[in-house]
Design a binder for this molecule. Structure first.
Ligand code: NAG
Ligand code: NAG
Ligand code: NAG
Length: 723
């Protein structure tokens, strides 16, 4: 039986082109007056809801982290992306220098730069590099998801120099930038991720690592100014001097207070007069993120949207992000831990942009903690999109996974636990969920490698719930298996019965960790960022997961976050740019289900009338919010484009309050969606209405999710007057 469910969707693969969808309405239904369905809720029947049911899936896709939730305002703060786009990142050469005028002026801009993958070092001259790059053109390796980062200002000559990391010895190489100026001075600018957003009266902390390379430093200490300014350099919002430059590396921090608001500003470092400077990092965070000892790395407005979802768990950090196109560009946790200036960063192969690894292993667990959610870590078990590590060579990666678990949850005295403590979190985090691979079922060596990870982790951490990519039965043991689905709205709605016949086997539960409506019925991607019809279809599907919430132990919509300027997937939950954020209609569906997850499922049946037994697009489920079933939540979905009448009956109701609360998410337009301009156009509206007793006829608006709550602990007014 479970074999029927093994179909896995691929990672979201849509290009950045979007076709506009004509208004697709559901088929006209018979006139609304006779009831389309009868819904029965039976309070005496049901089962527990798995506590972890509704969670979120955070992946570094569409600049969800870098340029998104991660509050860093400077793009490519350590020049790793620039080095990568020039093909220097992976070379074995100790030092290579490339004048940046070449990159900046007349050759490939960063947004379309092509990257080399061979380890051979390019020659350090323009002719050589240009030819070498032409020979190594691999179009899929472009940084197409990323805007340009660094620009020269004034008469500065910028040179990118490859180097080893500063202190925390990781094997990858990174780079620094040399600023050489003549008597007129000059410098460099960074316009962030599609603009540095500055706000009037807000403070920003600049963190810079630099040294002078001037021969005559004693007589000629360079005068350096950093400023936040408009991109035409005509308006200055904040300015400060950098002093104490020396011939040895200095890590300086200073505050910049803006006296203007500009979502499209830039940061400029300007050297007055003749100098040679080496800059290894330029980082800028809003003051609110750097208040304490430990960086609070999250953008507060986006974080609030996540908090409001009240997720029970966070699956992280991917997704395809974990796999990589090749193992070279997969996510590895060790280079993403330790001080930020020592993280080399890496190319995010599946999603085509540079990852600074600012969102690293530590920060992901900070996120789960900030959300008060169970962390669920996904590890690469030796499988990328193009290559699999054979099982006989898998042990180093198993050890890497064990090290990660020690880093997260080991004692302060342990090797990796001590790094966590040094980073500012001596208290171990509790890690109870661990996924082995992402969408790798069926790939060479998946099952063999899975067994090696499973055995090693189970032996050391028997409490850990381990998650496979396949329904393993009968090949191997697993606790949960990971199920993904991207489809069109009709199919999403229709598949609400998919889990009805899954046997309830205690140790093999389903983790529906990625699902969303992506297509129209013709298989074309829907219009970014989503729409109400898609959201209502997902609500229908979610009633099925709630009904089967013993077998389906965890579920999450995907993708969670998308930058407005980097769209890999057509339909998303939360959309942001560098200073604004809004939730799509799917966000509000997720939020309602999460708020009313409850602890016990109330048996719900939806039956169609005998004279017209078609599927009328009605779905429903209900839960008790507390063990005593004094708070009830009934969810009814109308997926049709018109209003429908349904008969509703609640069996086993022993008391009858006067009033009920109705949360209604709806619009007559299935294409309706929120936007930056109208972020609350389609959101749930809450209303107190009279409760008409356990049997009633209810009118459901077109494309609607109705969540009705009944508070049985509230005494009806009659009994109050008797008292
Ligand atoms: C630059 O590289 C080309 C191609 O490898 C080589 O032929 C040429 O001699 C190099 N020029 C210098 C000045 O090193
Ligand atoms: C804003 O601050 C900058 C830098 O200190 C200063 O040059 C500028 O005159 C100020 N602008 C206003 C309107 O106060
Ligand atoms: C939602 O349904 C209610 C009740 O039918 C209706 O009054 C309201 O106008 C609908 N909202 C939208 C946005 O269509």
């Amino acid at each position: 039986m479970r074999g029927l469910l093994t179909g896995l969707a691929a990672c979201c693969v849509y290009a950045t082109t979007f076709c506009l969808l004509g208004t697709a309405r559901g088929a006209d239904l018979a006139t609304a007056s006779p009831p389309s369905a009868k819904i029965t809720f039976d309070l005496d029947k049901g089962h527990a809801v798995t506590e972890t049911l509704w969670g979120i899936f955070f992946e570094e896709i569409q600049h969800a982290g870098d340029g998104g939730l991660y509050a860093e305002l400077i793009q490519d703060r350590q020049f790793g992306g620039l080095a990568y786009s020039l093909g220097l990142f992976h070379t074995d050469a100790v030092q290579i220098e490339v004048p940046l005028t070449y990159y900046l002026n007349d050759y490939l801009p960063l947004s379309s730069a092509v990257v080399q993958r061979t380890p051979s070092a390019p020659e350090a001259n323009l002719t050589g590099i240009r030819r070498w790059r032409q020979e190594h053109t691999l179009p899929e390796y472009s940084l197409k998801g990323q805007p340009k980062s660094w620009f020269p200002v004034g008469g500065a000559e910028l040179t990118l120099v490859k180097q080893q990391p500063i202190t925390f010895g990781q094997p990858s190489s990174t780079a620094y930038i040399k600023v050489s100026t003549g008597s007129k001075g000059g410098g460099l600018s960074n316009s962030g991720y599609w603009g540095v957003p500055v706000q009037d009266k807000q403070e920003y902390q600049l963190s810079v690592i630099l040294q002078s390379e001037s021969a005559d430093l004693a007589n000629q200490a360079p005068q350096i100014t950093v400023q936040l300014e408009s991109q035409d350099r005509q308006t200055v919002y904040a300015s400060a001097a950098i002093e104490d430059i020396s011939a040895s590396l200095r890590h300086l921090k200073l505050m910049l207070a803006s006296n203007g608001t500009d979502p499209n500003a830039q940061l400029t470092l300007f050297v007055h007069g003749k100098a040679d400077l080496a800059i290894r990092m330029l980082s800028l965070f809003p003051a609110e993120n750097v208040k304490g000892e430990v960086l609070q790395p999250f953008r507060t407005d986006i974080l609030q949207y996540l908090k409001d979802l009240k997720p029970r768990y966070v699956r992280m950090p991917g997704g395809c992000y974990v796999e990589g196109v090749s193992l070279d560009d997969a996510y590895w946790w060790k280079p993403s831990a330790g001080p930020i200036q020592d993280r080399p960063g890496h190319y995010n192969g599946p999603w085509h942009y540079w990852s600074t690894d600012g969102m690293g292993a530590f920060e992901y667990f900070q996120l789960a903690e900030a959300l008060d959610a169970e962390p669920l870590w996904v590890i690469n078990n030796g499988i990328s999109h193009t290559y699999s590590v054979p099982a006989e060579q898998i042990w180093p990666l198993v050890q890497d996974a064990l090290d990660l678990i020690e880093f997260v949850s080991g004692p302060v005295e342990s090797e990796w636990g001590s790094l966590r403590a040094k980073m500012g979190h001596p208290k171990p985090w509790q890690l109870n969920y661990f996924a082995i691979g992402n969408e790798d079922c069926g790939k060479p060596w998946y099952v063999e490698n899975y067994i090696a990870f499973f055995a090693a982790i189970r032996a050391r951490y028997p409490h850990m719930r381990l998650i496979s990519n396949c329904d393993m039965d009968p090949h191997a043991p697993t606790d949960l298996w990971d199920w993904h689905m991207y489809t069109d709205s009709q199919n999403m709605f229709d598949r609400r019965h998919d889990f009805d016949n899954v046997p309830n086997i205690k140790d093999t539960q389903i983790f529906a960790s990625e699902y969303a409506v992506f297509d129209d019925p013709a298989g074309r991607p829907i219009e970014f960022p989503g729409n109400l019809k898609a959201a209502i279809a997902e609500a229908g599907f979610m009633t099925g997961m709630e009904r089967n919430s013993l077998q389906v132990a965890m579920a999450a919509f995907a993708p969670l976050l998308s930058h407005w300027n980097d769209r890999a997937c057509p339909h998303n939950m939360i959309i942001f740019n560098n200073h604004q954020v809004f939730g799509t209609t799917s966000y509000y569906v997720q939020k309602l289900f999460s708020e009313f997850q409850g602890v016990r499922y109330i048996e719900t049946t939806v039956s169609t009338p005998e004279h017209d037994p078609r599927d009328h697009g009605i779905a429903a489920s209900a839960t008790c919010q507390d063990e005593g079933c004094t708070q009830l939540a009934f969810k009814i979905v109308n997926f049709a484009s018109e209003a429908q009448q349904v008969d509703v009956e609640v069996l086993g109701l022993h008391s009858s309050p006067d009033m009920m609360t109705v949360h209604l998410l709806n619009s007559t337009d299935g294409q309706a969606e929120n936007s930056f301009a109208e972020p609350y156009m389609v959101v749930p509206h809450r209303q107190e209405v009279r409760f008409n007793g356990p049997a009633s006829s209810v009118s459901l608006p077109p494309f609607s999710l109705t969540v009705t709550t009944l508070d049985l602990s509230r005494q009806p007014s009659m009994s109050i007057s008797q008292a």
